[in-house]
Design a protein around this ligand. Structure first.
Ligand SMILES: [Zn+2]
Length: 392
């Protein structure tokens, strides 16, 4: 999700959308498309329209009346009322002091299992000799506009141009804090060899922004995509259910949301995307686990949207469901960078650590830009293990 301010706008937008006739809705969409064609960035950031997305999702067994839904009972709801707006206006989720940011040194070698947290859900993963970049958002705001919307609470550790060669850009869903127009467009240009792997329908946005269709791999839940690298290497990406929702404009749930299991010859990694708690993660663990590490969303939870984002304690439980009995490291993501809920800035970590300790779950918490080798748990990202305490 983008923010509770946007959520509230989303709530108004949803109510507005439900009163739009289908003719009105298609008029809105064609207006958006024509604004996008004229190059208006904020309109273009909305992504592909419903008709275009439908050509990418047609035939999915997970579509109900043209939209995707969760496997869990009940819809994931955001019940943001005026009190959420008032609470958010007090900016409870901001750090008191500046957040330290490291400048990563990616080096020339690609490790067996190493991660560099680039803030929020953006992680540069090295796995079995290939590089995967998750949900890259390096812009100042996660919003259709760079004038309004949630702004970063720390600078991005790198620019797109400073990234090393990436084999795969892996997307979890189409919300603004996970799929950013400017970052995607720049990646498409600066990383000509990179392939984009995304849940069904998200490819329509990528294609609308100029990513060549033959560089886009799409997957429905439980589908796998294999991407070959140099020297006979390959990674298999399996698209797994998550409990969330999607949408960049008035239309909701036209594109799929997902978690992913990334499997190389030796190592396996789970990327949660955005999710509420779901018993279906036990099936992910049974079918695709155990994994060596998880990139687990731990922030932006709120009592107004309990099914949309896990709490830190639920994040540990999901990690346990995926990893089974293998000793596996949890890397917390989706916290610290954008202020999207009412919890204090560092609370995702101060709640995560005792929950993880209670189940003897290893956790590593790098600062933005911090690199950690997960095989031997070393690296500059561990130089100051309690670094967040001086910012909270
Ligand atoms: Zn989301």
């Amino acid at each position: 999700m983008t923010s509770s301010i946007d959520t509230t706008r989303g709530g108004l937008a949803r109510r507005a959308a439900s009163t739009l006739t289908s003719a009105g809705r298609s008029a809105t969409e064609s207006a958006t498309t024509s604004l996008a064609r004229r190059g208006l960035t904020s309109a273009r950031a909305l992504g592909a329209g419903a008709a275009e997305i439908a050509t990418h999702t047609a035939g999915s067994p997970n579509l109900r009346d043209g939209a995707f839904g969760n496997l869990d009972h009940g819809a994931s709801q955001v019940d943001a009322d005026f009190s959420v707006v008032v609470d958010m206006a007090r900016r409870p989720g901001r750090p008191r002091r500046p957040v330290p940011v490291l400048t990563p040194d990616f080096g020339d070698t690609v490790a067996d299992l190493r991660v560099t947290w680039l803030g929020h859900a953006s992680v540069l993963v090295e796995i079995d000799g290939m590089r995967v970049l998750t949900d890259p958002v390096l812009s100042r705001r996660c919003s259709p506009s760079q004038i309004v919307g949630p702004a970063r609470m720390h600078p991005a550790p790198v620019t797109v141009a400073q990234l090393p060669p990436v084999d795969v850009v892996l997307i979890s869903h189409d919300h603004y804090d996970h799929l950013d127009l400017a970052t995607v467009v720049e990646l498409a240009v600066t990383q000509p060899a990179a392939r984009f792997v995304a849940p069904l329908g998200v490819g329509a946005h990528l294609a609308a922004w100029g990513v060549a269709p033959d560089r886009i791999e799409s997957a429905d839940w439980w589908d796998s995509v294999t991407v070959n690298g140099a020297d006979g290497r390959s990674l298999t990406f399996t698209c797994c259910p998550a409990r969330h929702f999607s949408g960049r404009s008035l239309s909701r749930n036209l594109t799929l949301w997902a978690s992913w299991v990334v499997a190389g010859a030796e190592r396996r990694l789970f990327f949660s995307g955005d999710t509420g708690f779901s018993e279906h993660f036990a099936e992910v663990g049974d079918r695709l686990g155990p994994v060596d590490a998880s990139l687990m969303a731990v922030g932006a939870y709120d009592r107004a949207w309990p099914d949309v984002h896990v709490t830190p304690e639920e994040a540990v439980a999901v990690h346990q469901m995926i990893t089974g009995d293998r000793e596996s490291v949890l890397l917390p993501i989706h916290w610290g960078t954008f202020n999207l809920a009412r919890h204090p800035w560092a609370e995702p970590i101060t709640r995560l650590l005792p929950a993880a300790a209670a189940t003897e779950t290893p956790v590593v918490v790098p600062p933005p830009g911090g690199t950690i080798d997960l095989t031997d748990r070393t690296g500059p990202g561990l130089a100051h293990p309690l670094w967040w305490e001086s910012s909270a």
